[in-house]
Write a protein that binds this ligand. Structure first.
Ligand SMILES: *Cc1c(COP(=O)(O)O)cnc(C)c1O
Length: 522
């Protein structure tokens, strides 16, 4: 079948509940072709006369033929992009329970502050005398981050959590080299429950990764760390609260074991949103920790960016922070951008310029509008909401570590699905039909068929109640043997089951025009 744009309708598109549509559209959800598929090179949104010929000064380097950019009229262009925007599910559309990602509301006040011309329009190459306000903001954000974590130093420039890991682990590597132990301390201990970025960062930087198994209750046993720690240990990378949504209650002991072995304690602080105002990583023996401003302090995640992943550092590592940093001398702010002769930092820069200014503004706006008490309450509410979800579903879904309190996210496994013909993936896909972005699935790897739900503090009780009622309805449908509702899901989405593995491994990022259909020979 050909759709409105004269191309074959995608298989399954528009065929919900057996009702295929001529256009491929589903009610008010419109099929959307690539701009290259329906744009024509002979059309533009503007109607200009052919320019008069000019003398060619390019010496034969000028373009010989058109490069085939698609042209659209203004209404066509408008509709194309508005339709695309409607295909995106975001936190502004509905609850987004994606565990470990902390999809909380981004307050509009933060957006308003970030758009103030004094912040939005500054150029990174402006003379520092003209950007004193922006530098003051960076300095104040750094102050808050140090206060909240109880750490003496922070570097603001990393642009994501994983980038922060790179900064922190590079600082650890530099500190080890400065001690003259670069050739002997090469092992980084990483618990099995770690986010994939942890072992990836350690390996990328040239360390050898040694896994530490989780114990029965989902936390790390200091005795298992002690067994593996020794003169070859560079660091441990521990997430706290961990990816099972549990607080590592032996964290102080783990820090002691690592320090006694001469190593550093890197904490993955992506889940800091659960403990802000309640516990300070500096008091737990942490040497380096990244903080995802786009999680804890509600700046937008974007599609892989723009985030910000500042790293707080202990006194032992402060000298190894990457450049640049803000300095205050006699009431004037300046940026330290070049290592001085006495500076130990061999890292130099991690990014062009100074980091994600817009995210700094949003995060500080979040901090100032909440205040110390408000930030503490946000952590408490995030934990309360996750526990409300846990307690409301514990009788129909299964909890891998027993029905005991969790932190900011609750982890279910697939024991309750055994023998039903429905998998974790099927269950998640059925949530799409109900209008929810699915929870995180099959992560952390230490739990079979994991479903990790993080409601965040920004959901109301009414919103949580509807979400819980939806999950309960789905759980009862599983019990009643209505497997078709799951194995074929999603039924109502513009696309059904995609080959996600292939899409990730062999992404098609380039459109190539279809080969012309040869004229039939008569
Ligand atoms: C989100 C997350 C990261 C990575 O952060 P990005 O900003 O996505 O690079 C690392 N560890 C944990 C536990 C996370 O949740």
């Amino acid at each position: 079948m050909l759709n409105r744009q004269g191309r074959p309708t995608a298989p399954g598109a528009g065929a919900a509940n057996g009702h295929a549509t001529f256009t491929g559209n589903r009610a008010l959800q419109q099929e959307e072709a690539l701009i290259f598929e329906f744009g024509r090179t002979d059309v533009t949104g503007v109607d200009l006369d052919e320019p008069a010929p000019v003398a060619d000064r390019l010496g034969g380097l000028g373009r010989k033929e058109p490069i085939g950019l698609p042209g659209l009229s203004e209404p066509e262009a408008m509709r194309h992009y508005v339709r695309l925007s409607q295909k995106n599910y975001g936190i502004d559309t509905g609850l987004f329970p994606l565990g470990s990602c902390t999809m909380k509301h981004n307050p509009r006040l933060n957006e308003k502050m970030a758009r103030l011309p004094g912040f939005a329009d500054v150029h990174p190459l402006q003379p520092v005398s003209t950007v004193q306000g922006a530098l003051a903001l960076m300095d104040e954000l750094a102050h808050w981050l140090k206060e909240l974590t109880g750490m003496p130093a922070v570097t603001l420039s990393p642009k994501a959590g994983a980038h922060g890991e790179l900064a922190g682990m590079a600082a650890i590597k530099a500190a080890i080299a400065a001690r003259g132990e670069a050739d002997t301390r090469k092992v980084v201990l990483v618990p099995d429950s770690a986010h994939g970025t942890n072992p990836a960062t350690a390996a990328l930087i040239g360390f050898t990764v040694k896994p530490v198994p989780a114990r029965e209750d989902g936390t790390v046993d200091p005795a298992e760390v002690a067994k593996r720690a020794g003169p070859d240990t560079a660091a441990i990378m521990l997430t706290n609260p961990n990816t099972c949504g549990l607080f590592e209650r032996d964290v102080v002991e783990i820090a002691r074991v690592i320090h006694d072995a001469g190593g550093y304690f890197y904490c993955d602080g992506a889940n800091f949103n659960a403990i802000v105002g309640k516990a300070r990583p500096g008091d737990l023996g942490v040497d380096a920790m990244h903080i995802n401003l786009h999680k804890t302090f509600s700046t937008p995640h974007g599609g892989g960016g723009p985030g910000a992943g500042p790293v707080v550092l202990s006194q032992r590592l402060a000298a190894f922070a990457p450049l640049p940093h803000v300095r205050l001398d006699e009431g004037r702010f300046s940026l330290v951008e070049h290592p001085s002769a006495s500076d130990q930092s061999p890292l130099g820069r991690l990014t062009a310029f100074h980091g994600q200014m817009g995210m700094f503004v949003r995060a500080l706006a979040f901090m100032l509008s909440h205040g110390a008490e408000g930030l503490k309450q946000a952590s408490e509410d995030a934990v309360l909401n996750a526990n409300y979800v846990r307690a409301s579903l514990a009788d129909v879904m299964s909890l891998p570590f027993g029905n005991r309190p969790c932190m900011h996210e609750v982890l279910f496994d697939d024991t309750w699905l055994k023998g039903t013909g429905v998998t974790t993936l099927d269950f998640a896909k059925a949530l799409i039909d109900e209008g929810y972005h699915p929870m995180t699935v099959y992560f952390p790897l230490v739990v079979h068929g994991a479903m990790l739900i993080e409601p965040t503090e920004s959901e109301s009780k009414a919103s949580l109640d509807l979400f819980i009622a939806t999950l309960r309805d789905l759980a009862f449908a599983v019990r009643d043997g209505d497997t078709a509702r799951f194995t074929g899901a999603p039924y109502h989405a513009p696309r059904r089951r995609l080959d996600e593995t292939r899409a990730a491994r062999q992404p098609v990022l380039r459109w190539t025009p279809p080969a012309p259909v040869p004229e039939a020979a008569e």
